[in-house]
Each structure stands twice: as C-alpha cells, then as structure tokens.
Design a protein. Structure first.
Length: 310
C-alpha cells in the first residue's frame, strides 16, 4: 500500500465523478493515455480492477474493489490537501512557537513583538511561559538576562541598566555614586537570574545594602519602597513605563509619595539575550521572524534607555 500514488487516487476520483476516461483527462489536464496509465498502475498495485470498462462512450462502472479504494481514498486526498495547506501556512509564518520569557521582557518587549507578529500573521499561534529554570527544553525561543548553559544560538537584544529607586530625599540628586547605597536597607528581587551578579557588582563598587525583603514582583517592590522599607535597584525595563518622562519620578497612588529614580555611577547593567536551538530558526519561518522583530523592538527600546556610566 505504500506504493500508492496520490495522482492515481486523484485520477480515479475524477473518472468516478466524470463517468469516462476522456472527460476525466480533460478535467485534470492530462492526455487520455496518461489517465489510462495511472489506473493501470493503481490496479497493478491493488492486484485487481477498480473499474469495469464497457467500451465506447458508455460510462465506466466502479468495481467492489474500486468502491473500497475510493471510500478510503477520498479521506487520504482530503488529508493530503490539509497537509499541503498546513505546510503553506507554516512557510508563510502562520505556525506555532513556544516562547519562554521573564517578567520585564513580558512587560516591555513582548507586547510590541506580539502585536507586530499578529498584524503580519493573524493566524499564528504563540504560546508563552515563564520557566523556573533558564532552559530551552522543548521551547522554540527563550528570553533570558544572560547566557545559558545549553548549546544554543543567541542574539544580544540590549544592555538594560539598573537604576536606584527611593523615597524623596533618600539619595542625593543626580547620578548617585553606587557606594552611597552601602548599608542602606534595600528591597530586592530573589537571588535568581541576574540578581546575584547585580549584588556582586554593587559590592565591587563599595556598596553592600541590607536586603530587608525580596519579591519577584516589581510592583510589590515599588509598594514596599513607598511604604518606607528601603530603596530598590531595578532594571530600566522593569520600571520605564511607570517613570514620568518629564520629572523622572514614579508617581504613587493618591496619598502616597512619589518615588525618585536615580542613575547609578558606575551603572550596573544586565544583558538581555534571545536564545534558540542551534539551527532551529531555519526550520521555522515564524521563529525566524520573531527573532527579527524582537531585535528591532529591543534596539528601539535601547535608544531610550539611560546611558551607562563606567
């Protein structure tokens, strides 16, 4: 049965619907001898006739064997057509990809990437997750603030500078020397992703803040800073959408103080990368286009970010 040719089934279906070999040939754009050869080859594979041929202009009649073949052949042809359409959609960038991300990328980069992709490919399917470990696994793409241990291809999207966030009059105006944070209470992210490297960078600059609370939620951290628990050092991507462009502050709810945002000197920064399995982008046009779009969006964001100070 593996020797079946879809053209033979297509020819058989056309003959059944048209009634004669000659009309089927006209419909398919074949010569009548080609139609006869297709059916002869099919009958050799099956070991029996699929049509009774009365001769002359009279229509052919399908045999019991032919009826069995045609019953299942219609389904085979329908599935083949669906397969062809699915491949065409895949090549047009309308397949499915699974993307791993992290909070600030989900907040700042991905919304624009998703909007642009859906405008180009409205039928694409993009599934997002925030994995506990920086692993590709079954993912097609992974955003991460650093390189990962797996052998991947990757692109550096942007350098994301860290900024100090504090209640008014907690820190001096202007770029704050990092050593000013030494000994001060600080609300921070958990010791995952880039956080240990940030704290090491602060230590190398002479600052060892006292961590009084850790939370994975940037909004929670800002709320604790407003409540007076301490200052925070957060990456620009995590807070840039809530920073007032005119005054450089983060406005609080009614009755709560605004928070001041300060550049640090030197400026710690984290590297935002996009990873994918080696060679995978060539197999998935949608993944390749997602990579291109993420690079474009990140470069535009990077132009808005504060300049780093060494």
């Amino acid at each position: 049965m593996a020797d079946f040719d879809l053209r033979q089934l297509t020819t058989m279906l056309a003959i059944t619907e048209e009634g004669t070999f000659s009309r089927a040939a006209t419909r398919l754009g074949y010569t009548q001898s080609s139609v006869s050869q297709h059916i002869a080859a099919l009958e050799r594979t099956l070991g029996g006739a699929v049509f009774d041929r009365p001769g002359g202009p009279r229509p052919v009649r399908i045999t019991p064997l032919g009826a069995v073949v045609l019953e299942h052949g219609r389904e085979v042809l329908a599935k083949a057509e669906a397969l062809g359409q699915a491949v065409d959609r895949f090549k047009a960038g309308e397949g499915r990809i699974d993307v791993g991300t992290l909070q600030s990328v989900s907040h700042a980069i991905l919304p624009t990437v998703l909007r642009l992709l859906r405008e180009e490919h409205p039928r694409c399917e993009i599934r997002l997750s925030e994995p506990d470990e920086p692993r590709l696994g079954e993912l097609d793409l992974l955003f991460h603030d650093g390189l990962i241990s797996e052998d991947t291809e990757h692109v550096l999207l942007m350098e994301d500078p860290y900024l100090a966030v504090a209640p008014p009059d907690t820190l001096p105006a202007g770029p704050v020397p990092a050593r000013e944070l030494d000994g001060k209470p600080m609300v921070a992210w958990p010791s995952t992703c880039d956080q240990p490297r940030l704290e090491q960078s602060l230590a190398e600059a002479g600052a060892r803040p006292r961590i009084v609370f850790r939370s994975a939620g940037s909004e929670t951290i800002l709320s604790m800073v407003r409540a007076g628990m301490g200052l925070a050092v957060l990456p620009w991507l995590a807070i840039h959408q809530v920073v007032c462009r005119d005054c450089g502050a983060i406005h609080g709810p009614e009755g709560w103080p605004d928070l001041q945002v300060h550049d640090l000197d030197p400026t710690p920064a984290r590297s935002i990368y996009l990873h994918w399995p080696r060679g995978r982008d060539a197999e998935s046009p949608l993944a390749a286009r997602t990579i291109e779009t993420a690079v474009e969006v990140a470069r535009e964001l990077a132009r808005q970010a504060p300049a780093a100070r060494s």
